[in-house]
Every structure is written in C-alpha cells, then in structure tokens.
Design a protein around this ligand. Structure first.
Ligand code: SAM
Length: 293
C-alpha cells in the first residue's frame, strides 16, 4: 500500500520569550552568544525540526531540549544552531607559516597539532597536507581535530567533499592528497586514506577544554570560532587552551578575530598568531590566573 505523505504543518512564529529561551540555551550549552539580530536565523534553523517532530511551538521544543533526560535532542539542537562554514586552505598565510615551522623542526618527538573547532574537517586535512609535505607521511606528527557538533565530525571522518570546498588547494597538493570521484561521486573529492589516517576527529565542547585528555600541543588552531563567544567565554576558553600548549607552542586565531585586549599568557607574533609565554608553560597557567585576582 502506498499513500501520499501528509503535508507538514506550517512553522510557528518565534515569540520574544521563546527567542530569549533559545538564546540562553545555546549560550549555556555551547558558549555561543547570539545577538538580537539572529532571531530569523534561529527560527529558520529550527523550523524544519519542529515540523519533523510535529511540535506547534518553539516553547515546546525548548521544553524538550531542557529536559535532562533528552541529551540526544539537545545535541541535535546544538548541531542545528552552530555555524560550520569552512573550506580547504582558508586563510592560507597560516599554512605558509606552518610549513616553515615544520621545516625548521629537528627531532624533538611528535609534532602535535590541534584543530580545536574543526567543523567538517577541511582545516585539519589542510594542516595534514602541509605536514605530509614537510615531514613526510611517515613522519612523527599527528593532527587532532575536535568540534562540539557531532554531525560535522561524522562528515569529516568520511573525508569526502564537494570539489568546490577544495578549490583553493594548490594543484600539486591536490594531485598528491585528493582523489577525484567518479560516477555517483562525480564532482566530489576524497582525502587520500594515507593522509586521513594522520588525523583523528572527536567531539569536544570547548567550554570543557580543560578535560580534553591529551598531552600538550605544539600548535592549536582556533580559527573563526571566537567570533561566536562573548568576552568572558573567550577568556575562559583561551586560558584553558593556553594550558594545553607546550613550551613555545603557538595559538592561531582567525584573521577577523582579536584577543589583544584579553589578559592572557601569550605574546603576539603576527596579527593572528600568538606564542605561549615561557613563564607559563607546562601547567603554570594557574599562576597566571592567581596573579590576575
Ligand atoms: C565557522 S566554524 C570554523 C571552522 C574552521 N576552524 C575554520 O576556520 O574554517 C566554527 C565551528 O565552531 C564550532 N563550535 C561552536 N561552539 C563550540 C564549542 N563550544 N566547542 C567546540 N566547538 C564549537 C562549530 O560547531 C563550528 O563547527
């Protein structure tokens, strides 16, 4: 038996009270500060979900995600409300610098990099291409990539992208590390498996970065993420990330972001590149926090 699907109900309007509830939710859950101008964005991103769940108000959806027993739907809401724009070789100056850093490296154990809000993974794979070029695919290096959004990390692990996302990849790197799709994958590229193996993806809310159970990193990329945080959240997250840097380690932020006004144990080396002050290396960030009080 076949039957026509019932038409989905029209999405309800988002009231002032509901907008305030949802803004509070995403701020508490992910640190994302949505300005009053983001009202239609929230409404349009959640409208389809409300229709799927056949809910007739945003308040009903808010009650659902506020229920502690409903962690899965809460994660679904976070996935819908986070912005995941990214592509290969975005802000390429950072990768030119990384190439020099890796080329200067002599010994010293594994080079460890962290793409700390990796979205669908293009940034992490770009980092991996640069390290494969300078240190070799068998070299002692690894890229760790995390994001709060479970949908994007699942996508990143598949490592299959529309070609347009890779359009800024230099042709020689494209030839070595991206496989062109055929038939049903026409118009897509896949990251070469030997490169993809050097990158691990996991889910991490940066509000809990202190609990990220990894040894310290040489370079942390935190690009195009801070724009979504308010000042207090920026400071909290950045202090936790400084604590994850090795002595002499670097933090890279997006070109449009600024952290110069924040009291952090970092020295600026270039407009969006910072280096951990040696006084605060290896777990001495707490001293910095105390000296602030
Ligand atoms: C615009 S993307 C940036 C991607 C990449 N770093 C770049 O520059 O192209 C921002 C990412 O931050 C993630 N994000 C937002 N809040 C987060 C949080 N509290 N913890 C971890 N990731 C978060 C989003 O899910 C999104 O994938």
């Amino acid at each position: 038996m076949f039957h026509l699907e019932e038409p989905l109900p029209a999405p309800p309007m988002l009231s002032d009270g509901e907008f305030a509830q949802l803004r509070r939710f995403i701020h508490q859950a992910a640190g994302i500060a949505m300005s009053p101008g983001k009202r239609s964005l929230i409404q349009s991103r959640l409208a389809k979900r409300l229709r799927q769940l056949r809910l007739n108000s945003y308040a009903a959806y808010w009650r659902m995600i506020a229920d502690p027993a409903n962690a899965l739907e809460r994660q679904y809401a976070i996935n819908l409300l986070s912005t995941n724009e990214t592509y290969f070789f975005r802000e390429p100056e950072h990768f030119a610098w990384l190439r020099q850093l890796a080329a200067r490296r002599q010994g010293g154990g594994e080079l460890r990099l962290w793409s700390a809000a990796c979205s669908t993974g293009e940034e992490a794979y770009t980092i991996a291409m640069i390290l494969a070029e300078t240190l070799g695919l068998q070299g002692l290096w690894r890229v760790y990539a995390t994001d709060i959004n479970t949908r994007v990390t699942a996508f990143a692990r598949r490592a299959v992208y529309p070609q347009a996302k890779a359009s800024r990849t230099p042709p020689d790197l494209w030839r070595r590390y991206l496989l062109r799709g055929r038939a049903e994958y026409a118009g897509m590229v896949k990251v070469a498996p030997e490169l993809a193996r050097k990158v691990s993806f996991s889910n991490l809310n940066l509000l809990h970065a202190a609990h990220f159970q990894h040894s310290r990193f040489d370079v942390i990329f935190l690009r195009n993420m801070l724009i979504y945080f308010d000042e207090a959240t920026k400071l909290r997250v950045l202090l936790a990330l400084c604590d994850k840097l090795r002595e002499g380690g670097h933090l890279i932020i997006g070109h449009s972001e600024s952290i110069r006004h924040l009291e952090l144990p970092l020295t600026q080396e270039a407009p969006s590149r910072y280096r951990l002050d040696s006084r605060f290396a290896d777990g001495r960030i707490d001293e910095h926090r105390r000296s602030d009080c």
